[in-house]
Write a protein that binds this ligand. Structure first.
Ligand SMILES: [Zn+2]
Length: 474
């Protein structure tokens, strides 16, 4: 006996870029889409089989979103040290398991994790596959491969790149290939190369990138790279990587080569967009905010040209930082692709579904609503073609179906946050003589600076004590 779901009467956006179809139904059999169409009903469901009916009248039915850039083990880090040093890897793993449920709740039914601590991504992927963890379909990298000059060797040489870091330093082609083999042995789906943070130089040679790419491909694995500048993108294209992250600054020649290669580009605009546009809410200084916004404006020129040249652009958000918390902003990447890459709403949805499915690999045949595809479907109360931001409001994502199963969530629990341990702050600002006696101003501390164990209890107790003290005084 099969289990069936009929989602009827909605406006269907199938993810392929085809126009929306009104009053259209989707029939799901077990974990697979059986039929999509205006004439689809329950006639083909055998008598006696169980059928769930979802009335989607006035709503939009579309494939679940896919996020090519979701760092499951970053823990909403405010600082690099939080990602690399604090919080045990056992606790990081548990937090990651909790965070991927938030991602799924937001209508994101597929993610690719381009690197993080230890092999936490592999564990989370397996936990999801085994049904221990409620989370999206997932592929994952291990630690970023970096040189002394790449994106994860931040600390002084006297400290080095600790085992707990999100990166692994490899400085010769031999070390790089060995690390690729080591990570594949430990279950990664893809390799993540961390070239220079801002793309202004090359942390790896073209030959080294080619060596890693060949090593990954010989083992039937994928490989991607953090690449912000033309030279980085050129090397990534020459080495035939499977997709590329960022691409903020690209010459016309680079764009042409990228377009010819048909390698997808995941710009990950969200991190910059949130820091630039919403950073004030988190105390990001004005100068930094405008720098992020300027960078986005500059990126827009390249992305528009890339889109016009035919580069496949896919959604990735860099979720996992404090600026990009789990489950809150994945769908904002679509809004930003419309604003900064000139996409229509329909194109942005295609970028986030059909086109992005490539990062989930051949085992996951999803990303569009068509017979035979995996049944990852969301129902949205609103019209994302009229206002793409409808997808950002979780209250309007009325159904999340993964592998044919309607997901049940405890929104109350998922609304809580569990940041990793913070830096071990002793005092968040300078208590100078001038601050105390001459009216100078200190930086106002964030109470969470003292919240090193994610424990609000102490703060509550301190508040109570203070309240009691003020009562005593009056
Ligand atoms: Zn990232």
């Amino acid at each position: 006996m099969s289990s069936w779901t009929l989602i009827s009467g909605g406006t269907v956006i199938d993810g392929t870029g085809s126009a929306a179809v009104q009053d259209c139904s989707v029939l799901v059999k077990d974990d697979t889409i059986e039929a999509v169409g205006t004439d689809v009903g329950d006639e083909t469901v055998p008598r006696g089989d169980e059928i769930v009916r979802i009335d989607a009248t006035g709503r939009t039915v579309m494939p679940g979103l896919i996020d090519a850039h979701c760092h499951t083990s970053f823990g909403e880090a405010r600082t690099q040290e939080e990602q690399d040093l604090y919080t045990s890897h056992e606790l990081r793993t548990l937090r990651s398991a909790w965070n991927v449920t938030k991602v799924l709740r937001a209508g994101v039914t597929g993610i690719s994790d381009p690197g993080g601590s230890y092999f936490i991504g592999v564990g989370i992927r397996e936990g999801i596959a085994e049904g221990l963890v409620q989370g999206p379909r997932m592929t994952t990298a291990g630690r970023f491969l970096s040189t002394f000059n790449g994106i994860s060797d931040w600390y002084p040489t006297s400290v080095g790149c600790p085992e707990s870091s999100i990166g692994k330093v490899v400085n010769t082609a031999d070390e790089m290939v060995t690390e690729v083999r080591h990570q594949v042995k430990n279950g990664v789906d893809l390799i993540k190369i961390g070239d220079s943070p801002l793309g202004d130089y090359e942390a790896f040679s073209g030959d080294e990138i080619k060596a890693m790419s060949d090593a990954a491909h010989r083992l039937n694995k994928r490989i991607t790279m953090h690449a912000r500048g033309s030279n980085n993108i050129d090397s990534a294209v020459a080495a035939e990587l499977d997709w590329i992250m960022h691409g903020n600054s690209m010459s016309d020649d680079t764009i042409e080569r990228l377009a010819d290669s048909q390698i997808p580009l995941a710009p990950a605009l969200l991190l910059l967009g949130n820091l630039g546009e919403y950073g004030a809410a988190a105390g990001v200084p004005a100068g930094m905010r405008s720098a992020y916004s300027r960078l986005l404006d500059r990126t827009a020129e390249c992305l528009n040209k890339a889109r016009e040249a035919g580069v496949p652009i896919i959604t990735g958000t860099d979720t996992g930082f404090a600026a990009t918390p789990y489950g809150d902003w994945h769908a904002r990447e679509l809004e930003l692709l419309m604003r900064y890459a000139g996409m229509s709403a329909l194109e942005a949805i295609k970028a986030a579904t059909h086109d992005c499915a490539v990062v989930l690999g051949d085992d996951n045949d999803v990303g569009s609503l068509a017979a035979g595809k995996g049944a990852d479907i969301i129902v949205v109360d609103g019209d994302p073609l009229a206002d793409i931001r409808a997808l950002q409001d979780k209250a309007r994502i009325s159904t999340v179906m993964l592998r044919g199963e309607v997901q049940v969530f405890d929104d109350e629990v998922l609304s809580q946050r569990r940041p990793y341990d913070r830096a071990q702050t002793i005092c968040p600002s300078e208590i100078t003589y001038d601050v105390v006696f001459n009216g100078g101003s200190a930086i106002q501390p964030d109470p969470r600076d003292f919240d090193t164990n994610g424990d609000q209890e102490l703060l509550g107790q301190l508040d109570e004590l203070a309240h009691a003290a003020s009562q005593e005084a009056s």
